[in-house]
Design a protein around this ligand. Sequence first.
Ligand code: FES
Length: 104
Amino acid sequence: MFGFGKKKDYTATILNTGESFEVKGGINLLQAAMNAGVKWPHECRVGSCGSCRATVKKGKIKALNDFAYVLDGAQLKSGMVLACQTRLQSDVEIEVDFEQGAIN
Ligand code: FES
């Protein structure tokens, strides 16, 4: 069967730096960024610290975990996600604050 069981590949573009990278095989956004050499802020990688947060400006994602454990209502409403708990469902355009630290 065509494409059965195979995850699609997408492209993520960081709007504030102009960097683009491939997100292949259904890996999470943070892992893909690190594989591409992007110095994306992160600490826990399990969705609890908030340091990998970024704002999705365009595109569709799937949350692997409930972001509301870490992000507040205003952040969620603005399109903020946790990159370590985000899988892409389309190409995306995102903004990343490279100076940010953990929330919790
Ligand atoms: S690295 Fe801690 S929430 Fe993503």
